[in-house]
Write a protein that binds this ligand. Sequence first.
Ligand SMILES: Nc1ncnc2c1ncn2[C@@H]1O[C@H](COP(=O)(O)OP(=O)(O)OP(=O)(O)O)[C@@H](O)[C@H]1O
Ligand SMILES: [Mg+2]
Length: 422
Amino acid sequence: MAAMMQPQIILLKEGTDTSQGKAQLVSNINACTAVADVVRSTLGPRGMDKLIHDDKGTVTISNDGATIMKLLDIVHPAAKILVDIAKSQDSEVGDGTTTVVLLAAEFLREAKPFIEDGVHPQNLIRSFRNASYKAIQKVKELAKSIEGQSLEEKKRLLSKCAATTLSSKLIGGEKEFFASMVVDAVGAIGDGDRLNMIGIKKVPGGTMRDSFLVNGVAFKKTFSYAGFEQQPKKFLNPKILLLNIELELKSEKENAEIRLSDPSQYQSIVDAEWNIIYDKLDKCVQSGAKVVLSRLAIGDLATQYFADRDIFCAGRVAEEDLLRVAAATGGTVQTSVNNVVDEVLGTCEHFEERQVGNERFNIFSGCPSGRTATIVLRGGADQFIEEAERSLHDAIMIVRRATKNSTVVAGGGAIDVRFYHI
Ligand SMILES: Nc1ncnc2c1ncn2[C@@H]1O[C@H](COP(=O)(O)OP(=O)(O)OP(=O)(O)O)[C@@H](O)[C@H]1O
Ligand SMILES: [Mg+2]
């Protein structure tokens, strides 16, 4: 009982800002409005892009609200929440990240005079809740279902959704071209929730229209050793072996310390090492694979060995690419070359190494599981392609969502205007 009677004591660190009440609320609103003013000019098809550079000299040109908000170094605790709003919109929906920040800031600005007049924040919150409830009802009334439409019609609608998303971006001029590419890419990955199955590869140079979609996997040629050029670069229906081991002579001696009493034994140790690597290579060849990929290095000895046997190999393949090849071709990544049975080998209709701009690409197309797609983006400078990738990401997310939710409303500001008249 005595404890309950004691007044509560809260200890705060020295220098803590304890300001509260009306003045603090207004100051929070002002901070949010200031941040929203930064992204305001990027909204819509006539919106402009922002050029942001940081201390390290990295330059980003973007129209994407979430990207701009993330790059702004905001210190005000209330305004930081706007960054989180943009981030969550980006991960949940993909598009509309500028809109959510602006809407939040506008709501706050509308609320400011009421706060100044002494209206309790709880009352304001209740009104906003009511308004959002009504708005959601109205959206549902206006929404149009794409369920039950023919495949062609569905594709047309989805590609319209993608085009609306792209219209406010740098690549807006080519929105139809990219919209149909995005719809095909999303269609290729099927129902799974694995957006990482759509790879986007950037190759500077060329024009935007040189971009293309691969129904399968494509990745930049990895570092290769002597002998690589003698390997064949094109196969029809090859078996594909995926590895997570190093095929290099040096790999055997890394953790070994051997003490020799007789120098003549030295040769036998060297021979043993060669035998081990040859044994590994033999097993790869015997598996019947025509394409060998490894996440780790494939050295010069192995490269030459495979070249002599008309096998293509690539080492140091990025993990995400290797996993996508595995998913697309139906293969499994092996950590040993012992017992490589047919089931763990992948396959595809067509494999080739092709020149794209100044880069060479390994392209696997016509994959049996068909659950992957790769967009190879071309055009202009690095920053341009980076922004194009972000824009495509928005469009991919939107098409994905539209295929799942299957109801759409008119975009391009139409729905906003409709709400204005409620
Ligand atoms: N043709 C148009 N006429 C009028 N308004 C349009 C038109 N096309 C798009 N809009 C409006 O532009 C806004 C979209 O702009 P923008 O794509 O720059 O921002 P966002 O989608 O909110 O964010 P981000 O794309 O950066 O994630 C939407 O409010 C949309 O209604
Ligand atoms: Mg947008």
